[in-house]
Design a protein around this ligand. Structure first.
Ligand code: SAM
Length: 437
C-alpha cells in the first residue's frame, strides 16, 4: 500500500533541485516517485511512497530539501487544516498508532518566520482531537509532529500577516542540509582552500546528482584544493584526485587536503592525490573508478596546459640531457615543459576517459562555463557511449556554468556525438577578463 508524504524543499538552485531528487530516488531504487506533481515555484511536493524507510533513504542525503513528513493534511486556514487531517482516510490508523508514543510539536515556515504571529500554545491545543496520551518530550521524542506555514513574503525580510497555506505531518527524515552539512563544509571554516575552491552547497549537490555511493571509488582529475573530493568523502566514497599543479594538491604546512579530511572525520575516505597531467593519465587501467566528478580548468584563474612542448622542434635531441650523470627528466626538481591546450580537447579527453573507465551506468559529472551574452548556441560535449542525463545551469550576470551529468551506457548505446569538433568558438578566458558584450 502506498502512503502520502510531504517533501519540504528550499527555493534555491531550482535548476538543480529536481535532478537531485531524481538522482537520489534512483540511487535508492525508488521507482515510484511521480514527478508530474512537482512544481518548480513551490517548496512543497506531495508524493506517494511505500513506507517511511523509502522516505528516509530518499531524503536523508538531500541538500536542496529540508525534510520529509508523513502527510496528514493541509488547508488555507487552521479550520480547513483540522478538517483535512480528520478526513484523511488514514486518520483512524494515525490515532491508534501514535496514541501512546512520546512526542512534541514543532513549527516551521516558508516565506518568513511565523514567530509572534501564531499563538503556538493555542495552536497545539487546537489539535486536541488527536487525543495523544503519550508523554510530551522536548528532547528525543519518538515522534515530532510539525505544522508548516507558508507565507507570501511582504519583502525580503518580512513575512505576510497570515499564512497562505498550512500543512500538518509527522516528521520522517530531516535532510543532510537540516542536519548541518552546509555549516560543516563551509569554506570559511575549511583549513585548506584556495581561489579555485568550490562552495560547499553545490559541491554536495553535485555529488548527489553524480550518485557518489558509499564504498565506491570517486576520482577528480582536476582536484585543485579538493572541494569535490571532500564532498565525495562526505558521502563515504573512497576518493582519489590528481592535478597538473603539484602545489595545489600538496597545500602548505597544516593546510592540506588531508588536513581537511581529518577535520571532517573523513580521513578513511581519502585515498590520495597525485601530481599528473590528466591527458597523460598514469592511473592503472584496471583501477576501478565508479564515478568521476570535477571542475575542469576553464582557463580563467589558471590557463589550460598539458605536458608537451609548444615548439617541439626546439627540443629535438635534448631528450637525453644529463646533469651529473643523471637524466635531467628523472630528477626530483625537473619541471617538465607544458603547452597550451583547448577546453574542447580537454573535455573530449574527459568524455573518452569516462567512456573507457566507468562501469556500465557509472556517472561522469563536470562543470562547464558558458558565456551567455551573445546569441551563440551552447554546444554540449557529447560522446556516443555516454547518455547526457542532466544539464543544470547556474546563472551569473553575464556568464553561466553548467553541471553536465552523463551515464556510461557502453558501446551498444550509440548516441549523438560531437567529440573532435570545435564547440566553443569564443575564448571564454579572454572574454571573462576583457568584458562580455
Ligand atoms: C577549476 S580548477 C578545479 C578546482 C578544484 N575543484 C578545487 O576544489 O580547488 C581546475 C584545476 O585543474 C588543474 N589542471 C589544469 N590543467 C590540468 C591538466 N592537464 N591535468 C590535470 N589538472 C589540470 C589546475 O591546476 C586546477 O587546479
Amino acid at each position: 500500500m502506498v502512503q502520502k508524504y510531504l517533501v519540504f524543499m528550499v527555493q534555491v538552485h531550482l535548476n538543480f533541485r529536481l535532478a537531485e531528487l531524481d538522482s537520489l530516488a534512483d540511487l535508492h531504487g525508488i521507482k515510484t516517485v511521480d514527478f508530474t506533481q512537482y512544481q518548480r515555484d513551490s517548496p512543497f511536493f506531495i508524493v506517494e511512497l511505500e513506507n517511511d524507510e523509502q522516505a528516509r533513504k530518499w531524503i536523508s542525503r538531500s541538500i536542496l530539501t529540508r525534510a520529509i513528513y508523513e502527510y496528514w493534511g493541509q488547508g488555507e486556514n487552521y479550520n480547513q487544516l483540522h478538517e483535512s487531517v480528520q478526513q484523511n482516510p488514514r486518520f483512524p490508523q494515525f490515532l491508534q498508532e501514535y496514541r501512546n508514543t512520546s512526542f512534541k510539536f514543532e513549527f516551521d515556515s516558508f516565506g518568513g518566520s511565523s514567530s509572534g504571529k501564531v499563538n503556538r500554545v493555542a495552536c497545539i491545543e487546537s489539535f486536541k482531537y488527536l487525543d495523544f496520551q503519550g508523554p510530551i518530550r522536548m528532547k528525543n521524542p519518538e515522534q515530532i509532529f510539525t505544522v508548516i506555514e507558508e507565507y507570501e513574503p511582504l519583502n525580503d525580510n518580512q513575512a505576510g500577516e497570515t499564512p497562505l497555506r498550512l500543512f500538518f505531518g509527522r516528521e520522517v527524515q530531516r535532510s543532510d542540509r537540516l542536519r548541518g552539512a552546509l555549516e560543516k563544509y563551509d569554506l570559511k571554516k575549511r583549513p585548506y582552500k584556495g581561489t579555485t575552491s568550490f562552495e560547499a552547497e553545490l559541491s554536495l549537490v553535485s555529488a548527489n546528482i553524480a550518485q557518489v555511493k558509499p564504498g565506491t571509488v570517486m576520482y577528480d582529475p582536476f582536484a585543485g584544493t579538493g572541494s569535490f573530493l571532500t564532498a565525495g568523502g562526505h558521502y563515504q566514497a573512497i576518493v582519489i584526485g590528481s592535478d597538473i599543479d603539484g602545489r595545489m594538491i600538496r597545500g602548505k604546512g597544516t593546510q592540506t587536503i588531508k588536513a581537511n579530511f581529518k577535520k571532517y572525520n573523513d580521513s578513511l575516505q581519502f585515498l590520495d592525490v597525485l601530481t599528473m597531467d590528466f591527458t597523460h593519465n598514469a592511473l592503472r587501467s584496471d583501477l576501478l573508478i565508479d564515478t568521476i566528478l570535477c571542475d575542469p580548468p576553464y582557463g580563467i584563474r589558471e590557463s589550460i596546459k598539458v605536458l608537451g612542448a609548444k615548439d617541439p622542434e626546439r627540443f629535438v635531441g635534448k631528450e637525453n640531457v644529463e646533469i651529473n650523470g643523471q637524466k635531467a627528466y628523472l630528477m626530483r626538481d625537473y619541471i617538465p615543459t607544458k603547452k597550451p591546450y583547448s577546453l574542447d580537447a580537454l573535455l573530449d579527453d574527459l568524455l573518452h576517459f569516462a567512456a573507457e573507465r566507468l562501469p556500465s551506468n557509472g556517472r561522469l559529472a563536470f562543470w562547464m562555463p558558458v558565456a551567455n551574452d551573445e546569441n551563440i548556441e551552447t554546444i554540449i560535449p557529447l560522446h556516443a557511449n555516454l547518455e547526457l542525463k542532466y544539464n543544470c545551469v547556474q546563472e551569473f550576470n553575464k556568464w553561466s556554468r553548467r553541471l553536465l551529468v552523463y551515464i556510461n551506457r557502453g558501446s551498444d548505446f550509440n548516441g549523438p556525438q560531437n567529440v573532435g569538433l570545435e564547440r566553443s568558438k569564443e575564448r571564454f578566458r579572454d572574454r571573462y577578463f576583457n568584458g562580455f558584450n
